[in-house]
Design a protein around this ligand. Structure first.
Ligand SMILES: NC(=O)c1ccc[n+]([C@@H]2O[C@H](COP(=O)([O-])OP(=O)(O)OC[C@H]3O[C@@H](n4cnc5c(N)ncnc54)[C@H](OP(=O)(O)O)[C@@H]3O)[C@@H](O)[C@H]2O)c1
Length: 359
């Protein structure tokens, strides 16, 4: 099979007659992407051809039946988790790669693909939400104009957050501060948490409903919110490095040190500290919200007790809610709210980006 690496490095890629789609990642989001793509195709929507699915175990040609390729991908034997499978994708200038992994190795290739004329649409936050140099390389590659970069699925699962910030900046507005409830799972947990049930019981319920990662420490540590905040800040023109974001993790040491199979047994380590935070907030007439915030003075992620009428206290369920303050929205922030979590909305955001880029 031809590889993009060989073609693009030699600069010899030729225009494909019709753009085709390669989906990397066939897990929760990848599978939702394939189902949505099939539903939309059945409804007669004009979609690019879904040519290839890849995961860490191999690459699978769709041959007109992505459902079959998805089953093959799911059934494939373990092959040592070698990202080589990604390099084996047959990519031509004008094609689209959809990254539905959380893979560092795949994210490390985003800028190169865009520079070589392959559009990238991603739910993977490690492209522009990790290393600043990598994020800047992606922006430079996209500005060069050979291909575009679609990242609406990385923050707020397609809510018009990044788009709004970029449009404000492009229109000459200056962003002063952005703060938001950026994690659907933490939004759900603190919307529900009223002290009647221990916090750990709610975490188990959220995990069983698929709102958290299988290991809920990934959500509770604030790491996911840090990445989203970096993506928003960079879109707003703040060249923020990951280490500049102060993250106040909810995970106590005992739980942080637990082995993967010991997480459940140690979840109750969350209960007493959070019970105290809840009582303090109540005494002050406040509500607990897990918030990410940046402005010119810095960036932080953590649990905050906010006045009940604060813009971030509205919203329910897994809603994300983000307040943007700028020259234009100085007195009252621009507030964007809506479902910001889950495989379905994320897959929809990926397909929207694909269609926007190819339109
Ligand atoms: N789940 C959600 O609701 C949600 C919502 C918003 C955003 N996201 C983001 O979407 C991304 C995917 O999430 P997910 O929940 O679908 O994860 P997942 O179920 O764990 O699936 C990840 C997929 O990536 C593949 N993969 C990993 N490393 C790879 C590599 N080097 N080369 C090729 N494929 C590789 C895995 O391959 P194997 O199958 O071989 O392991 C798997 O198919 C993540 O970045 C996540 O943060 C998820």
């Amino acid at each position: 099979m031809s590889t993009l690496g060989a073609r693009s490095e030699s600069g010899a890629a030729t225009a494909a007659p019709l753009p085709s789609l390669t989906l990397i990642g066939t897990g929760t989001v990848g599978a939702a992407f394939v189902s949505r793509w099939q539903r939309l195709a059945e409804r007669g929507l004009a979609l690019p051809r879904l040519a290839l699915l890849a995961n860490s175990r191999g690459a699978f040609a769709c041959n007109g039946d992505p459902g079959h390729a998805l089953r093959q991908a799911g059934d494939a034997a373990e092959a040592g988790r070698d990202p080589q499978t990604v390099r084996d994708a047959h990519l031509l200038r004008g094609d689209v790669v959809v990254d539905a992994t959380a893979s560092e190795a795949v994210a490390a290739r985003h800028a190169e693909w865009v520079a070589h004329g392959v559009h990238v649409v991603t739910a993977n936050k490690l492209g522009n939400g990790a290393d600043l140099l990598r994020a800047q390389a992606i922006v430079r590659a996209a500005r060069a104009g050979a291909a575009r970069y679609g990242d609406a699925a990385t923050v707020g699962a397609g809510l018009p957050l990044l788009r709004s910030i970029r449009e404000l900046v492009a229109g000459g507005d200056r962003i002063h501060a952005v703060e938001g409830v950026l994690s659907g799972s933490l939004a759900w947990l603190f919307d529900r948490y009223d002290g009647d049930r221990p916090f750990s019981a709610l975490v188990r319920e959220a995990r069983d409903a698929g709102y958290t990662e299988p290991d809920p420490r990934q959500d509770l540590s604030g790491e996911d919110v840090r990445r989203k905040l970096l993506i928003l800040a960079r879109a707003a023109g703040f060249a923020l490095e990951g280490h500049e974001v102060r993250v106040d993790s909810l995970v106590p040491a005992l739980l942080a040190q637990a082995a993967a199979d010991g997480v459940d047994a140690n979840l109750q380590a969350l209960d007493d500290p959070l019970q105290r935070r809840l009582l303090e907030a109540r005494r002050a007439g406040a509500k607990l919200r897990f918030v990410g915030r940046f402005d010119a003075d810095g960036a932080e992620v953590g649990l905050q007790a906010l006045p009940a009428d604060h813009p971030l206290c509205a919203g329910s369920g897994t809603d994300n809610r983000v307040a943007i303050r700028s020259d234009r929205y100085r007195e009252q922030p621009l507030v964007i709210q809506g479902p910001g979590a889950g495989a379905e909305v994320t897959a929809a955001a990926l397909i929207d980006d694909v269609l926007r880029i190819l339109s």
